[in-house]
Design a protein around this ligand. Structure first.
Ligand SMILES: Cc1ncc(COP(=O)(O)O)c(C=O)c1O
Length: 420
């Protein structure tokens, strides 16, 4: 079995032990080379001048990573005023931000309007609200292409069982509401779900979506959403998502649309996971070993507050074991099934169940792979634990702290009656 972090020189001039000792654990570590490579891949998904890749920042919105995305020519989508705010702070011009809203208040829409951010509305009622707030304005609508895809039912956002987007049957009413408020629908977008390794449902969705798009005469752009998968089982040989042939299929659908529509518009996609997942790992320390009713447990500081994906979606993350600065190589005779757990007061606080790993010892550092997406961004202070620090290994191989660990004072910073 190969060590992913060694073959990619993930840690540059340092190693997990050094990083763990210097910055503490748990610790998110990112690699600039890998992040930039993935950003370039999506920027070149379709080789036509009227294509733009947006980075979906819900995945990982560390300011330093946003700046890399900006340098690599990506635009961005935001899911909240907070994400718009962070993007503006990172230096993204407003023209490169797309607000994909969902069930938001008038105040939130007004914030986007005041900032001059293009906004997508995902229901008829929200379109009507937007029209009241911004009569004569320009906006986009999110359409449900009737197809969904993803790694878990909780992340499928197209098809019949979803709260998202406007159904095909409601499309005629979009024009009526727009006319009432003198709105110009200049964009349409979709997002069918997250993490597919087979692009077929996405292409079917794109074709259907573009069919619907033909009904909108004033379009300037059509955004296909994200969801492109990454190989979470890479240590057992899972292959990368075939972005090249996927891009060709999209290109065909786009060419077909353009000839039917009669003029060219901008086409966009908005992947998040594909951009950030593989460029991030999570380091944690083993503090305790125990046997309970025949099950071996390795108790670590990687609680579900730090990485929630395994407890929330039963997600798999490959794990490497580090000891004395080097990976402990997985080989016959040295493997044991172990359940890796965190330090949170919940039985569901499980990172990996019955996982065959090289025999773990106390003080080992575990390196959880593919943690750059939906890792820190979904972390919390549950149990009043401190959210971890984040470090970026630069192109020069040197580590740089890009977010400090929470401090105990942060836990009480928002309380209004602290003194009483
Ligand atoms: C509207 C929208 N766009 C883009 C994304 C990014 O998805 P992914 O990280 O799977 O590429 C999401 C994630 O759920 C989303 O809801």
């Amino acid at each position: 079995m190969i060590s992913f972090t060694q073959t990619t020189n993930f840690f540059g001039n340092t190693n997990p032990m050094e990083l763990a000792n210097r910055y503490g654990t748990p610790l998110y570590v990112y690699n600039e080379n890998i992040l930039r490579r993935q950003m370039r891949n999506v920027a070149n998904l379709i080789p036509i001048p009227n294509f733009t890749a947006n980075y979906s920042i819900k995945t990982n919105s560390n300011l330093s990573i946003l700046r890399l995305a900006m340098e690599e020519g990506l635009s961005a989508d935001a899911m909240s005023p907070g994400e718009i705010y962070v993007l503006l702070k990172a230096g993204f011009p407003k023209e490169r931000i797309f607000y994909v809203s969902n069930n938001v208040s008038a105040e939130e829409l007004q914030y986007a309007i005041d900032q001059g951010i293009m906004t997508s509305l995902d229901s008829l009622s929200q379109l009507d609200l937007y029209g009241q707030l911004n009569p004569g304005g320009r906006c986009a609508v999110r359409l449900n292409p009737g197809v969904g895809a993803g790694h878990h039912e909780k992340v499928i956002t197209g098809g019949k069982k979803t709260k998202f987007a406007i159904a095909e049957s409601d499309v005629p009413e979009i024009a009526q509401i727009a006319a009432r408020h003198n709105l110009k629908i200049v964009g349409v977008n979709q997002h069918i779900g997250s993490l597919f390794m087979d692009g077929t449902p996405f292409i079917t969705a794109v074709e259907h979506f573009l069919q619907l798009a033909l009904r909108f005469p004033d379009l300037e752009f059509a955004d296909f959403g994200g969801g492109f998968g990454i190989p979470y089982h890479k240590l057992s040989g899972e292959k990368e998502f075939d972005l090249a042939s996927f891009g060709k299929d999209i290109e065909k659908a786009v060419a077909d649309f353009t000839s039917k529509y009669g003029r060219s518009i901008v086409f966009k996609c908005e992947p998040g996971r594909y951009v950030a997942a593989e460029g991030g790992v999570l380091l944690g320390r083993v503090h305790a070993l125990k046997q309970n009713s025949g099950v071996s447990y390795a108790g670590t500081d990687i609680g579900m507050n730090v990485l929630v994906r395994p407890s929330m979606y039963d997600s798999w993350h490959d794990i490497e074991v580090y000891r004395d600065g080097a990976p402990v190589i997985a080989e016959e005779g040295n493997m044991h099934a172990v359940t890796v757990v965190g330090n949170i007061c919940e039985s569901g606080d499980i990172l990996a169940k019955d996982r065959e790993l090289p025999t773990i010892q106390e003080n080992d550092v575990l390196c959880v792979l593919d943690a750059g997406a939906y890792g820190y961004s979904m972390s919390s202070n549950y149990n009043n634990r401190l959210r971890p620090a984040e470090v970026l290994i630069g192109i020069d191989g040197e580590p740089r702290l890009i977010r400090r660990r929470d401090r105990l004072e942060d836990l009480v910073a928002g309380f209004t009656e602290l003194e009483s």
